[in-house]
Ligand binder design. Sequence first.
Ligand SMILES: [Zn+2]
Length: 96
Amino acid sequence: MTQTLGTIGVIIGIAAYMPQIYHLWKDQCASGVSLTSWVMWFVGGIFVLVHAFSGEDFVFKLVAVAGLLNNSITAILVWMYRNQVCEIHPTKKKSD
Ligand SMILES: [Zn+2]
């Protein structure tokens, strides 16, 4: 029973990435999205993945793989579109 709930939680967690990934991909805009944060989540995800696969918990492995995959996709898209802004986001330029 708890494994089913955990799997549903993983599916919801995967779905939660989609609005961000969709905006990055479709509008090629990374306005306000921190590349540093996504890279840190990716690096942390590697450690979690190693730990998850040292045990027998299927849901923990699933969430580790899904998280790392989504973090890597998001980080790559943020890096690709780091200097691009879509029409719906403010076009305020950085002063640095
Ligand atoms: Zn945008």
